[in-house]
Structure formats: C-alpha cells, structure tokens
Design a protein around this ligand. Structure first.
Ligand code: NDP
Length: 274
C-alpha cells in the first residue's frame, strides 16, 4: 500500500490521518496515512528517511512549513507565493512542494459556506504564515478590497507591500465595513481574540476563524457581539486543504461534505465530554 503521513511537532492532535483515511475509503485508493513526529532539529532527515523508505507523500504542519519550503527542490507557484509548503511528494527523484492552505480556505468559503468573494470587501487579520499563504488565492477571487491588519503593524505593512495591498495595525480597520473578516492570527490558540475595533461588519457579513474548536472561538464570539451575521471556524479549511493535497497526490477529488460533517460531529462530542 502507498504510504503517506503528516509530519509535525507536535503531531498527535492532527486530524489529517482520519480525513485522508475517509478520502481513501470513499475513492477506493489503496493507501495508508500515518502521523510522523519529527524532532525539532531533525525535519530534513525525517523527510529524507520517509521517502527513502518508499513513502509517497507528506503533509507538513507546525512548525515545519518554512523548512519544507526550503527543502523542496521544485515548488508550485502557490507555494512560492506563500513561501511555505504543506504538501510534499517525489517526482523523478526530486522533492516537490506545494501549499494547499489557501485553496482550502477559498473552497470552504465558496463551497460549504456559500460566501462569494468576487467584488466583496475582505479584511484579513494576521501577518504570519497562515495569512501569507491565503493572500494570493484570495486575490485571485477578485475581491473589491483586500485589507491586511496585524497586531504588529510593521509586519502587516511589509506583507501588504509584497502583495500591493493596504495594510496597518489592528486599529487601522476602524471606520470601514467588510463582507468577510478572516482571523489568521494565533490568538485563538490561547482563547483570545485580536483587539479589533468595533463596527467592522457589513450587513450579511461572515466572520471566519482559521482556528477550529468544539465551541465558538473568542474571535467568533467577538464577531457575533460586533454584529457579524455569520461566524465560522476553520474545520472546513482543514478538510479542504487535505482534499487538495489528496488531489495533488492521487489525481482524485474526494467529496468533502460528508467528511466535514463527521469530523464536526466528533469534535462536538469530544467537546461535550471534555
Ligand atoms: P504564526 O505564528 O505564523 O502567526 C501568528 C500571527 O498571529 C501573527 O500575525 C501574530 O501577530 C498574531 N497573533 C498571535 N497572538 C495574537 C493576539 N493575542 N492578538 C492578536 N494577534 C495575535 O501562526 P500561523 O500563521 O501559522 O497560524 C495562525 C492560525 O491559523 C493558527 O490558529 C492556526 O491554527 C491557523 N491555521 C489553520 C489552518 C486550517 O487548515 N484551518 C491552516 C493553517 C493555519 P504579531 O505579528 O503581532 O505577533
């Protein structure tokens, strides 16, 4: 059977094995998908060993996406734009790198959440790896406006300049309204919300947190209090970025809706038992 894995540190929490097992069962692809814990100083060796032993593909998670970018001999345009790699495989003995996070976000927004992007006003909060990875795919959807804000204004300004976008500190979003606000900060990891000004949400707007949890995140609660009509977390993005990686590796597009529904159900059950 073809071997795949998610590589990270930590990696025990990863839902990727469950997602890819569901995709494989659904499409009839013969593969196994495991978790691979790499030492913090041993990512490159772990990747080489995996492929030397006949492994077919890796998903890369925290904190190795930048190292994976550096390690890949050839990279897709979206990996170049993100300057990070979350999907690796071999072609003719050369390590290939791609980034499916942005495609995953766009697919979740347009597909599961029926949130059109063309002609819409979008605010992206954060200037780390996740924000960088979704900028080009969001821009390709031709929004009317894409504005970037971050706690450290200088990082937003540097990232905005690289993509020709208006950018600033969190407070610089004040006075504007958006159809979509995407939280790409790591604040949710500590159940905090970025310190955003109020009045950000246009009628019918969606607040989207890339983080996911059994219960609404601090950002989702903040958005509801600020009048956002809808709030969503990043579980759909997780499933969609996995589906895109599965397509890159296997050339098959799995159906994501049933996998997402099952994952959501399990997450909520775990949350209720916590
Ligand atoms: P990084 O560490 O690269 O970026 C961190 C960002 O969060 C920076 O912009 C930082 O601002 C900001 N930040 C951290 N804490 C706070 C806070 N308390 N208030 C305001 N801003 C804060 O992380 P990533 O970009 O890799 O990940 C960001 C999030 O996206 C994570 O929650 C991750 O789980 C999620 N993610 C989800 C995916 C999915 O498939 N659903 C895929 C990839 C990521 P500053 O520059 O000022 O420090």
């Amino acid at each position: 059977m073809d071997r795949y894995a998610v590589i990270g540190h930590p990696v025990a929490h990863s839902k990727s094995p469950e997602i890819h097992a569901a995709f494989a069962a659904q499409t009839g692809e013969a593969l196994v998908y495991e978790r691979l814990l790499a030492p913090l100083d041993g990512f490159a060796r772990a990747v080489r060993d995996f492929f030397a032993a006949g492994g077919k593909g890796l998903n890369v998670t925290v904190p190795f996406k930048l190292e994976a970018y550096a390690l890949a001999a050839e990279r897709s345009p979206r990996a170049e734009s993100a300057r990070a790699v979350n999907t690796l495989w071999m072609r003719e003995g050369r390590l290939q790198g791609d980034n499916t996070d942005g495609a995953g976000l766009v697919a979740d927004l347009k597909g599961h959440l029926a949130c059109p992007l063309a002609g819409r006003r979008i605010l992206l909060v954060g200037a780390g790896g996740a924000a960088r990875g979704v900028l080009a795919p969001l821009l390709a959807e031709q929004p009317a406006e894409l504005r970037l804000v971050n706690r450290s204004a200088d990082k937003a300004v540097a990232l905005g300049a690289a993509f020709g976008l208006p950018a600033g500190g969190l407070a610089s979003a004040a006075g504007s309204r958006f159809d979509l606000v995407v939280n790409a900060t790591a604040a949710s990891l500590s159940d905090a919300a970025p310190d955003l000004p109020g009045g950000l949400y246009a009628p019918g707007a969606l607040a989207y947190d890339m983080f996911y949890a059994a219960r609404p995140t601090a950002f989702m609660r903040q958005a509801a209090a600020d009048g956002a009509s809808r709030q969503a977390d990043g579980l759909g993005m997780l499933v969609e970025q996995a589906a895109e990686a599965f397509f890159v590796w296997r050339g098959r597009r799995p159906e994501t809706a049933p996998v997402l529904a099952r994952l959501r159900e399990r997450l909520q059950r775990e949350g209720a038992n916590a």
